[in-house]
Design a protein around this ligand. Structure first.
Ligand SMILES: Nc1ncnc2c1ncn2[C@@H]1O[C@H](COP(=O)(O)OP(=O)(O)OP(=O)(O)O)[C@@H](O)[C@H]1O
Length: 713
């Protein structure tokens, strides 16, 4: 059995109790009338002994003496680091509950369900804790035994009699809530603890949802490592949360494999990555890399930008073919034989024979660089055959020596020249003739003109590379030498990637799998994805399953209904999210005279700051300097996106271009018309507005002087 023996020392049935301050209700055993304080006290005692057990586990690791086991200094360093990580992972965080649930199985999991066989009880938490005898006190939420905590229902109880959820206040266990899954007289009911968790004000960075993962989310979290999963979901349906928990799950289920191959979370920008960076460490996972797509392809320094037409073309998958041709264009057929002199003898390999080798290498599905390394070996082999025919008995060392012979090297240099990917792309973007030669039949003349730099660059260092250019360099690099693949990649806000960017991500998980998360309605790049099937094909994972999440955990009902008015214009056919939040949310739209706009925005911010939780003032990027002045003059301190909000500093001024993926309890949205107008076309503008409108957790105030976009009417 994966979880080991059951947690002992509890009577088989506890009554459901209500204790302050978390409201606790639901399906008690009607017959059970035990003293309400008893069970809660017992649960608290189990918490106390589990924490003591965790401290003991940590003390054991701290006491490890590595002097005798580490063979050398390097080993000792590696071991020390592993031990330090383990000590960190075993920290008892006062405000992070050690367990958040309990499952009472009808039978011991895995055992024969013999009549009269006893049930077992498991506490579910963030990490595994065992006592001195090695018996588990808390089971890791990712263990198979924990799965019914997220999936079991009255319809499918999964052999669980009782599911208990614990409520905490400031690290103290203060309440619990029971569901009797064998009681079929009533339906499954929404959990109060889940509700209060969702409604909890947001302060600080994103937090984990491990105590309240929903069944449809859990299916994605625990999907097998072999397959790629793509999740389409409206704003606030938990895509990011699900992606991060999935990595944590995969690391648990395939620890060794992924430690070898690596995992990576890709997000849209630095502030987003900073916002999510604490979720995995809170789940005990410290070794997951995070990057933006730009980070992945940082072969050249990006200092330039493209107009939308050029950017879109450079992101078009057809560029891959142009690059493929260009990379191989330097290969020329030999016209002269290669003559290798060894001692007193000369060995001659005729040009036609080398040409055959070159053609054979070109026909093979090989990286340019690998073929370049293979050619001298082939030529050397031909020399060896001749030596043997002449009665010599050369061995492998002779073949290697011939391959390194100056004549062979010179021939290879001429036939199969080395390619510097950045220089190659630079030439393609600067030299109209070179581009025309390789883009013929792929890009038409207008397209070729659009792709070329206005001013040809002199060198790789001085060129004004754009981020789309950097992706081209990455593609060229991969044509020359294979990009190493990771074990698993999570790609968030995937809808914004160009086909060429998908290819760049895809080659980082060729032998691994991916979790692709996005919302077609939130695509705000000129090249944004219109279909997941297409995106997945560019990623190299055409068989990935596409799942949809529709339950919204962030945006209040009234607000999501308002934002969804934009859907027919920005993503016809996409389902509107339903809000699982009970509070309808504060929602207001205020029209003011143009000269009163700044003051009204300031007033709305002050009002929001009068409430609990974080406040985001979202505005078109070009309004940011003005609003910076307004807030500063009014003496209101504020942060930039990604900077951590705290109890004293709760206001963030957010350029609309950076709002994606973030959330605030209260959002003040400045001048929607300006947000729309900042984008190159109306559809993109409305999508940007949709993103801005869907960042609020508890309330949204829209303040405007210009008419609202008619799609909101
Ligand atoms: N099962 C859950 N229990 C509690 N909170 C949840 C759950 N699922 C999601 N949430 C919360 O809902 C909010 C939105 O989640 P998340 O940011 O992952 O959504 P998203 O789909 O990525 O949104 P967007 O499309 O806007 O980027 C977060 O605060 C998250 O913690």
């Amino acid at each position: 059995m994966p979880g080991g023996p059951a947690v002992p020392a509890f009577p088989p049935a506890d009554p459901s109790v209500t204790d302050t301050p978390t409201p606790v209700t639901d399906t008690a055993d009607a017959t059970d009338t035990a003293d309400a304080a008893g069970p809660l006290a017992r649960e608290r005692a189990h918490l106390a002994s589990s924490r003591a057990a965790l401290r003991a586990m940590r003390a054991d690791v701290e006491a490890l003496d590595i002097k005798d086991v580490a063979a050398n200094w390097v080993n000792a360093q590696v071991l020390r680091r592993q031990i330090d990580e383990r000590i960190t992972a075993l920290a008892d965080l006062a405000h992070t509950p050690l367990f958040f649930g309990r499952l009472d199985y009808l039978h011991a999991p895995g055992a024969e369900r013999a009549e009269g066989a006893g049930g077992e009880q498991f506490y579910i938490g963030r990490r595994h804790v065992h006592d001195a005898a090695g018996d588990p006190m808390v089971i890791d939420w990712r263990a198979p035994v924990s799965q019914p905590f997220y999936r079991a229902s009255k319809k499918e109880p999964m052999d669980v009699r009782l599911r208990r959820r614990f409520g905490y206040t400031g690290g103290e266990l203060t309440a619990y809530e029971d569901e009797d899954l064998t009681d079929t007289t009533s339906d499954d009911r929404a959990s109060r603890l889940l509700q209060s968790e969702i409604e909890r004000p947001r302060v600080g960075p994103m937090r984990d949802i491990v105590a309240t993962i929903q069944p449809e989310q859990d299916e994605i979290v625990r999907a097998g490592i072999g397959g790629t999963v793509c999740v389409q979901g409206a704003p606030g349906t938990g895509k990011t949360a699900v992606g991060l928990h999935r990595v944590a799950y995969l690391l648990y289920a395939h620890r060794e494999r992924l430690a070898r191959t690596g995992t990576l979370v890709i997000g849209p920008n630095r502030s987003f990555l900073r916002y999510i960076e604490q979720v995995l460490p809170a789940l005990g996972e410290l070794n997951v890399a995070q990057a933006t797509v730009d980070d992945l392809v940082a072969h050249v320094e990006v200092r330039g930008t493209d107009d939308p037409v050029a950017a879109r073309l450079k992101g078009d998958a057809r560029m891959a073919e142009v690059l493929r041709r260009a990379v191989r264009s330097g290969v020329t057929m030999p016209v002269e034989p290669v003559i290798v002199v060894r001692g007193s003898r000369r060995w001659r390999v005729p040009a036609y024979e080398i040409e055959e080798m070159v053609r054979e290498l070109l026909a093979r599905d090989m990286r340019y660089g690998a073929a370049r390394e293979a050619l001298p070996q082939r030529i050397a082999h031909a020399v060896l055959v001749r030596m043997e025919e002449a009665g010599e008995a050369p061995d492998d060392r002779v073949q290697d020596a011939v391959a390194r012979n100056a004549a062979v090297k010179a021939a290879v240099k001429a036939i199969w020249p080395a390619v510097d990917p950045a220089k190659l792309v630079l030439r393609l973007l600067s030299d109209a003739e070179f581009l025309a030669e390789h883009a013929a039949g792929v890009l038409d003349e207008d397209e070729q003109r659009a792709v070329l730099w206005a001013k040809p660059a002199r060198g790789v260092k001085s060129a004004k590379w754009s981020s789309a250019d950097a992706v081209l360099v990455d593609e060229a690099s991969d044509l020359v030498a294979r990009t190493p693949s990771l074990g698993h990649v999570v790609l968030d806000e995937a809808q914004d990637l160009s086909p060429m960017q998908y290819r760049a991500v895809g080659r980082r998980c060729t032998t691994g799998s991916a979790t692709v998360l996005g919302d077609l309605a939130q695509g705000t790049t000129p090249w944004a994805t219109t279909s997941w099937a297409e995106a997945l094909a560019h990623l190299g994972k055409p068989d990935a399953a596409v799942e949809e999440l529709t339950q919204g955990f962030r945006v209040p009902r009234e607000v999501i209904a308002y934002a969804s008015r934009l859907l027919p214009a920005i993503a016809p056919g996409l389902a509107e999210a339903t809000s699982v939040r009970e509070s309808a949310g504060d929602f207001s739209v205020r029209e003011v005279a143009p000269e009163a706009l700044d003051a009204a925005v300031l007033g709305a911010c002050r009002e929001a700051l009068g409430r609990e939780g974080s406040v985001g003032l979202i505005a078109a990027d070009d309004r940011i300097p003005v609003l910076t002045g307004v807030l500063t003059a009014a003496g209101l301190p504020f942060l930039a996106p990604g900077e951590e909000t705290s109890a004293d500093s709760r206001l963030t001024l957010v350029p609309a271009s950076l709002a994606k993926g973030l959330e605030y309890d209260y959002v003040v949205l400045d001048e929607p018309a300006a947000v729309v107008a900042a984008e190159p076309d109306t559809r993109t503008g409305l999508r940007r507005l949709y993103v801005a409108l869907t960042r609020a957790v508890s309330g949204l105030a829209v303040v405007h002087a210009r008419p609202l976009p008619e799609e909101l009417g």
